[in-house]
Design a protein around this ligand. Structure first.
Ligand code: SAH
Length: 411
């Protein structure tokens, strides 16, 4: 039988008896917890010696004596000699000090668990059927994976004094293109603030009934909630002590107004962090087999918001044969972009690709050229969300083996 305790060792005296490799590994764990470790061992393994030097630990270079126990809260013994280990464990028993016996996990009065820290949760696994560290580690790893994927209910049941906001990138749509961290933060959230892009629908379908879901993508009149109002919502919920996840399509800092939300939180003194997501700027072309850079073909890529003004950088990119231009939110302004490219001297047959609803079952790719792009967009009824790729990499045969063999793509 064991009772698992969460023991805080910070600033507490821990005695290590033995200086071998096992001792080094354990020593590192105690030091990570902030324990004040002393070592008693006639000699030290290199790994142990390094820790002793690096952390300026007290080391007695001799055999154990029972008076070493004085002041210790916890003793760890790993001398490599089971008889000595047993003697130390027995002395601890008499002195009523908890002892971890590395040579016999069942004999000591305490044992280490296979432990993991995931966000603000600690998990420890041990076995009551005799020490079996590998099994404990395997169980711990399996639990860690479940927690990491957001498949265990990690949500706090008690509100904290002050909440927090996580700006989380959801990637282009499929749930398995989200990061493990994103999944965990969502599992911990009390409030989910979502819009239409990315994996929002699937995430909401999975959320517990108690989780508040706020859709800022479209309000009753189908108008999106203004940015200032979104900022106000996330700050207010965090002030109530709740954990807020602001889930965004792609990456929060790529045309996601994540910067403004972060500023609002910082101004209000709310803890805020960003979790990156896979941006559609790269992943949507990729879904259609288009690399945004390609050796010998495109040495740079320029990402632009199609709704904004066409600046000098964009005009230069559009006409540069070695630069790929990736346009987000560009459907409505396609004619303007094409006009700018041609005015800049780009050729009429410069390749263009439209990739609609990338990484979803509705994905559709259309290949065209600058000369035909506007006409083709009208013909197919090009719709949002779509990424427009302009440049040599959008050429359909780019990655086909025949083309590479003939060298036709090489400049
Ligand atoms: N932060 C997001 C971009 C938000 S702007 C990111 O990093 O991906 C929204 C634009 O992203 C859309 O207008 C469209 O151009 C593009 N987009 C996002 N998801 C898309 C998808 N699955 N397929 C095609 N385009 C997408």
């Amino acid at each position: 039988m064991t009772l698992m305790l969460g023991i805080s060792l910070a600033g507490r005296d821990v005695l290590m008896v033995g200086g071998g490799r096992v001792a080094a590994r354990r020593l590192a764990r105690f030091l990570a917890e902030g324990a004040r470790v002393r070592v008693v061992a006639p000699e030290l393994h290199d790994d142990t010696a390094r820790l002793v030097v690096d952390h300026e630990l007290a080391w007695e270079a001799r055999a154990f004596h029972s008076r070493d126990l004085g002041g210790a809260w916890l003793v760890h013994v790993a001398t490599g000699d089971p008889a000595i280990d047993r003697e130390v464990a027995e002395s601890c028993e008499i002195a009523r000090i908890l002892c971890i016996d590395a040579s016999d996990g069942e004999r000591g009065s305490a044992r280490l668990t296979a432990q993991a820290e995931i966000g603000d949760v600690s998990i420890g696994v041990t076995s009551t059927a005799g020490a079996d560290p590998r099994r404990s580690v395997a169980v711990r790893d399996a639990i860690t994976e479940l927690v990491g994927d957001g498949r265990l209910p990690l949500r706090r049941r008690r509100a904290a004094r002050i909440g927090r906001v996580d700006l989380v990138g959801g990637g282009p749509g499929p749930i398995d293109l989200m990061t493990i961290r994103a999944r965990r933060l969502i599992a911990e959230a009390d409030v989910l603030v979502i819009d239409r892009l990315g994996p929002a629908a699937e995430i909401v379908a999975e959320a517990d009934a108690e989780v508040e879901v706020i859709d800022v993508g479209k309000a009753p009149g189908r108008h999106p909630v203004p940015q200032e109002e979104i900022n106000r919502i996330i700050v207010a919920r965090a002030r109530e002590g709740r954990r807020v996840v602001r889930l965004k399509g792609g990456d929060p800092f790529v045309f996601g107004r994540g910067g403004e939300e972060m500023s609002a939180c910082l101004a209000a003194g709310i803890p805020v962090e960003v979790t990156p997501g896979i941006s559609s700027a790269v992943a949507v072309p990729q879904a259609a087999g288009i690399p945004v850079t390609h050796r010998g073909t495109a040495g740079a890529f320029h990402v632009v918001n199609g709704q904004g003004p066409i600046g000098r950088g964009t005009r230069t990119a559009l006409a540069d044969p070695f630069v790929t231009t990736v346009v987000l939110m560009g459907v409505a302004s396609l004619a303007r972009l094409v006009g700018a490219a041609l005015a800049q001297g780009a050729s009429l047959d410069r390749p263009v690709a439209f990739v609609e609803s990338g990484h979803t079952p509705q994905q559709r790719t259309t290949r065209t050229t600058l000369g035909r792009a506007v006409e083709d967009a009208a013909r197919i009824g090009l719709r949002n969300p779509a990424v427009i790729v302009i440049g040599e990499v959008a050429e359909e045969s780019l990655l086909l083996p025949t083309r590479n063999r003939t060298g036709a793509a090489l400049a």
